[in-house]
Design a protein around this ligand. Structure first.
Ligand code: ATP
Ligand code: MN
Length: 149
């Protein structure tokens, strides 16, 4: 039985395909969906901005912007679930995407993770995005279904 499906999304086209795929499967299995967005605030922390008085002033709006963007695409995905008659929950986490995805999957006792082969940032040529690669290689028993771009 697949009772709970975790769908991590970065708002990309391929992640959108995963949401649709998950809804289709949830309809057949009677599952609920958790929609997860991880705000990856590592890249503009530490490395890119010098550690001076201006840093918080610069960092906070970027963090807010990323969070708002995540809220917007989670809301869109949640509406799609509702239309499909599937019960869903939205979750936002901050941190390292692959780590947070597996942590949330374990915590919410998901039976399956459905995510895209690619996201927003990769070269088209890459075989697999680094977030999906990371999730597949983490130490967990939860299976992963990769939706192709
Ligand atoms: P890369 O990030 O390695 O440059 P990419 O953006 O093409 O490449 P990934 O980031 O691995 O590829 O994206 C693959 C899938 O992982 C997406 O379709 C989505 O399901 C999930 N994903 C990626 N980033 C996040 C995130 N920040 N929060 C939740 N899910 C994510
Ligand atoms: Mn990415």
């Amino acid at each position: 039985m697949i009772t709970k499906i975790l769908v991590p999304t970065d708002g990309s086209e391929t992640a959108g395909k995963s949401v649709k795929y998950a809804i289709g499967l949830a309809k057949q299995m009677g599952s609920t969906i958790t929609l997860l967005a991880v705000v990856d605030d590592r890249f503009f922390m530490a490395q890119s901005i010098p550690n001076e008085a201006t840093s918080t002033r610069l960092i906070e709006p970027v963090g807010d912007y990323l969070r708002q963007a995540a809220e917007a695409y989670l809301e869109k995905a949640s509406k799609q679930c509702e239309k499909g008659g599937i019960q869903s929950k939205k979750v936002i986490r901050h941190g390292h995407p692959a780590e947070e995805i597996v942590k949330e999957a374990e915590k919410s006792k998901a039976d399956l993770i459905i995510m895209g082969s690619h996201g927003r940032t990769a070269l088209q040529a890459a075989l697999l995005g680094s977030v999906t690669f990371g999730v597949i290689h983490k130490d967990t028993k939860i299976p992963v279904l990769v939706v192709r771009k």
